[in-house]
Design a protein around this ligand. Structure first.
Ligand SMILES: *Cc1c(COP(=O)(O)O)cnc(C)c1O
Ligand code: SF4
Length: 348
């Protein structure tokens, strides 16, 4: 059962003082709260990585930097519900609903209509657009969280997209395996596996989210032949250290989830208290890359403001370059030289 913000629900948790409860109520007037009992149960102490992701903080109101829609997502919608920013792939916003309202969410602005789902007409229009755009081969069903939709409705969306011959892969972005893992049922997996090639990107941000329940959910999806990737958000007080991220990526691989992206948080109003420096992100990648498997290393990504799109950031391993002679540093920070291939006769 989902726990909407209510005093009684919060009263059940001994973590909140009267003063804290009052502050939470104030914040939720602007940014509503929603969390599952399962996820709340993972809190060990106030302010820990789980708490920070789901419990409203006064800083959401006091730290007013950022914009409601910094990525200008609303400007790249050729038809409602579809974001077509890159040549070959699109985002299809299936619903605004989520099992939890993550306090750092990029789509915090959609709170007014958080439960609205794509209508039959909107879906038909999106499918028509996609049918006319043969350059699109990859549809990412996103939201909100598509796995909060009734299974029939979700299947209708996936099935409609599958009717388009030039769509190779369908992807779903969801936090359900992390936030409400028991929603991943045998029924859901049997439905999904009819529509391969299907990929699911989940979002785990801290090792404390990896529990027997979430492991079970990911195992069921993987057993249905679904490739699982993880998209973490780099968040202050949640995962902004190499130690935490190393433990997270190791545990992800052990439950058959490939770390895919580590996002620098967007400049979204009300989320400033989660921001860390790019340098922190680069340090984390540097600590993983080369020390752990390439499989374990997510790509560090920043989504540029004003619709610039995603750019991958990488710690620099070339420390010098002269006349085709490169100097690299390896994972131990030792220097190594490399002479680049030179054609025997240079064309002038
Ligand atoms: C992130 C994103 C995608 C998917 O990008 P990948 O790098 O392929 O995962 C597609 N469209 C939009 C608008 C996006 O923001
Ligand atoms: S599940 Fe995703 S879309 Fe929903 S609130 Fe969390 S981060 Fe935002």
């Amino acid at each position: 059962m989902n726990t909407m913000c209510s005093q009684t629900a919060l009263d059940d948790i001994p973590l909140f003082t009267a003063k804290q409860r009052e502050a939470i109520t104030r914040v939720t007037r602007k940014y509503p709260m929603r969390v599952t009992d399962y996820y709340l149960g993972l809190i060990r102490e106030p302010g820990d990585a789980i708490y920070r992701q789901c419990i409203p903080s006064e800083e959401e109101l006091t730290n007013a930097s950022g914009q409601p829609d910094p990525l200008k997502e609303d400007a790249h919608s050729p038809v409602p519900r579809l974001h077509h920013r890159y040549p070959d792939r699109v985002l299809l916003m299936a619903t605004n609903n989520c099992a939890m309202y993550c306090r750092f969410c990029t789509r915090k602005r959609n709170i007014g209509d958080r439960t609205t789902a794509i209508t039959a007409e909107e879906l038909a229009n999106a499918v028509e657009y996609l049918s006319d755009h043969e350059e699109v081969c990859d549809v990412l069903i996103s939201g909100g969280d598509p796995l909060t939709l009734p299974q029939k409705k979700l299947e209708k969306i996936i099935k409609s997209v599958r009717t388009i011959p030039h769509i190779d892969i369908i992807r779903i972005g969801t936090r359900i395996p992390c936030i409400d893992p028991k929603q991943v049922t045998e029924e859901l997996c049997s439905m999904l596996k009819k529509y391969h090639p299907l990929y699911i990107n989940v979002q785990f941000n801290n090792p404390a989210e990896i529990t027997p329940q979430s492991q079970q959910a990911c195992t069921m999806l993987a057993d249905a032949g679904i490739q699982l990737g993880n998209q973490s958000v780099l968040l202050r007080g949640v995962n902004d250290s190499p130690e935490v991220m190393k433990e997270l990526v190791r545990k992800l691989l052990a439950m058959r989830v490939k770390p895919y992206y580590l996002f620098i948080p967007d400049m979204v109003k009300g989320t400033g208290h989660f921001r860390t420096s790019l340098e922190t992100g680069l340090e984390i990648i540097d600590a993983i890359q080369g020390r752990m498997s390439g499989m374990a290393t997510p790509q560090l990504v920043i989504d540029l403001e004003n619709g610039g799109g995603k750019v991958a950031l990488s710690p620099d391993h070339i420390i010098d370059k002269q006349d085709g002679k490169y100097t690299f540093r390896n994972f131990e920070n030792k220097k190594y030289e490399y002479i680049d291939f030179q054609p025997c006769e240079k064309r002038s």
